[in-house]
Design a protein around this ligand. Structure first.
Ligand code: ACO
Length: 320
């Protein structure tokens, strides 16, 4: 017993920020950003809270799944950008959509959606829950230094949600973590009134080249593990949904795996890297535009802060 995805939903903020807009803010160009990352524009929250956007995504997923909020047994939100440290983002979603079930957040950065799916799978397998809402949303624009061209061109805000039921569509899932704040971190407000050490910079900090190497090698390793553990061949996988961070990461991993380009789905050009939100937004787009067909096999692989990875193979069999 694992789960079945009944329905999906996603929402990105209305405000678009193009590469040319960024070129007016820092020393960069559309040509540099497109050739190094594959990103053309991204969406930035302005006037909407994370809660507003998570609630809209959740209601779309519930409608798509034909499930009402009072049927939910659990809400899990994967995020590192919640509106508050407490209450959790999941608790705010719970009250806004009119659910009464327990709710909590998961922090695994860009791998958060897969971590949340794994947690949900354990609840469903143990019989502690029958219907679970998993939301994955990030608004990294809050933590990006908009004067740093090395990082600000990469990120955008967005995310989505899925409604899960008991089922057998999760074929395999694997999580990894190796604690490392050196190459990717967002510092806390650690200003203790009793300590002398203060952190004055709260922006996202990243060694891009190290993250790039980590991402490519781990995508390849995780895909091979999925293929071996689930006893499927690469040919049997219909679509691969990688965390949308950089088109060069996606292409490098695909070439090392020797898989066809047409299997690797991407919406990176429009949204940039939306952290935990990237795979659910892509999944929802493919669901709603009719790309996905009942019975197809999808590989979802994410990597990010922690450093973490999350990878799963699932059969597509939604409610409609
Ligand atoms: N515009 C113009 N020039 C730039 C910009 C920019 N926006 N950013 C950097 N440069 C310059 C650098 O200053 C450097 O100049 P120099 O040679 O004079 O020193 C030059 O471009 C090359 O910089 P590199 O860092 O070597 O560029 P690279 O090809 O490695 O690309 C990038 C940088 C895009 C960040 C790449 O390393 C990358 O994508 N890494 C992975 C990042 C990632 O995936 N992060 C998120 C994962 S985790 C999460 O999602 C939270």
């Amino acid at each position: 017993m694992s789960f079945r995805i009944l329905g999906t939903g996603s929402v990105v903020p209305d405000r678009s920020l193009s590469n040319n807009d960024l070129a007016g803010m820092v020393d960069t160009s559309d040509e540099w950003i497109v050739s190094r990352t594959g990103i053309s524009s991204r969406r930035i929250s302005s006037g909407e809270t994370m809660t507003d956007l998570c609630v809209k995504s959740s209601l779309l997923a519930l409608e798509n799944a034909e499930v009402s909020p009072d049927e939910l047994d659990l809400i899990i939100c994967a995020t590192i950008c919640g509106d508050y440290i407490t209450p959790s983002q999941a608790s705010l979603i719970q009250s806004e959509i009119g659910a009464t079930c327990p709710a909590f957040d998961v922090n695994a950065a860009c791998s958060g959606f897969i971590y949340a799916l794994d947690t949900a799978s354990a609840y469903l397998s143990s019989g502690k829950a029958s219907k679970i809402l998993v939301v994955a949303y990030d608004s990294l624009s809050k933590f990006v230094d908009w004067t740093d061209r090395n990082t600000c061109v990469l990120f955008g805000d967005g995310g989505g949600a899925v409604v899960l039921d008991k089922g057998d569509d999760l074929l395999g899932i694997n999580l990894t973590s190796e604690g490392n704040a050196e190459i990717l971190n967002i510092p806390c407000h650690n200003e203790s009134p009793f300590g002398s050490e203060t952190v004055t910079r709260q922006f996202l900090q990243m060694n891009g080249q190290e993250v790039f190497k980590f991402a490519v090698s781990r995508i390849v390793t995780e895909m091979k593990k999925l293929i071996q553990n689930c006893k499927v061949s690469a040919d049997e996988i219909d679509y691969v949904l990688l965390h949308q961070a950089n088109i060069r990461i996606i292409n490098a991993a695909r070439q090392r795996l020797g898989m066809p380009e047409g299997k690797f789905m991407s919406n990176l050009a429009r949204y940039g890297n939306t952290s935990a939100g990237s795979i659910p937004v892509l999944l929802d787009e493919l669901n709603r535009n009719g790309t996905l067909r009942k019975g197809q096999i999808l590989a979802l692989i994410a990597f990010g802060g922690g450093l973490t990875t999350g990878a799963c193979l699932l059969r597509w069999d939604p409610a409609k």
